[in-house]
Write a protein that binds this ligand. Sequence first.
Ligand SMILES: C[S@@+](CC[C@H](N)C(=O)[O-])C[C@H]1O[C@@H](n2cnc3c(N)ncnc32)[C@H](O)[C@@H]1O
Ligand SMILES: [Zn+2]
Length: 150
Amino acid sequence: MLKIKHTAKKGYGLFATEPIGCCDFIMSFFGKEMPYDQAPPVALQVGLKTALLPDLQCQLRFLNHSCEPNCAVGVKEKEFYIYAIRSIEEGEELTINYNTSEFNLIDCDCNFECNCGSHSCIKYIKGYSHLNIDQQKAIIHICLPYLREK
Ligand SMILES: C[S@@+](CC[C@H](N)C(=O)[O-])C[C@H]1O[C@@H](n2cnc3c(N)ncnc32)[C@H](O)[C@@H]1O
Ligand SMILES: [Zn+2]
C-alpha cells in the first residue's frame, strides 16, 4: 500500500502504491511515547510534553510535510494513526501538515524551509504556536486534540 522513495527536495518520502479513498485509515504510528524534550526530530509530538517515536520499521518515519496535505493524524484510544483527508491516487506522495501536531519546532531546532510546492505554502515550518490566528483556524479541525484544547 505504501512505498518509500527519494524526493527531489525533501529527502525520502512515503508514496501510495494503490489508490486510497477519502477518510480511509492508512497506518498506525507504532512506537514508544517519550518526553518531548528528549525526543529526536523524527518523533511526532502528541502532547505539550509528550512525543511518539516511531519504531525503526514504521514507514511513517518518512511522512513529509505539506501545507496542502492529503492525510492527517488521528487518535483513538491513545493509538495514533494516519488517515486520508481526500482521495489519493496511486503514485502520489502522502503528506501531513506538521503544524497540526508540532507546537514549537524552533525550540528543538527542527524548523525548516518548506519545499512542498503547494499554492498555499507558508514557506517556513515552525510549529502551530508560530501560526497567526487565521492560519491556526484553517487547520484546527485536523489538529491533534492537545492543540484543539488549547
Ligand atoms: C520525519 S522526517 C520525514 C522524512 C525525511 N524526508 C527523511 O528523508 O528522513 C522530517 C524531515 O523531513 C524534511 N521535510 C519534511 N517535509 C518537508 C518539506 N515539505 N520541505 C522540506 N523538507 C521537508 C525536514 O527535514 C523534516 O525535518
Ligand atoms: Zn509548504
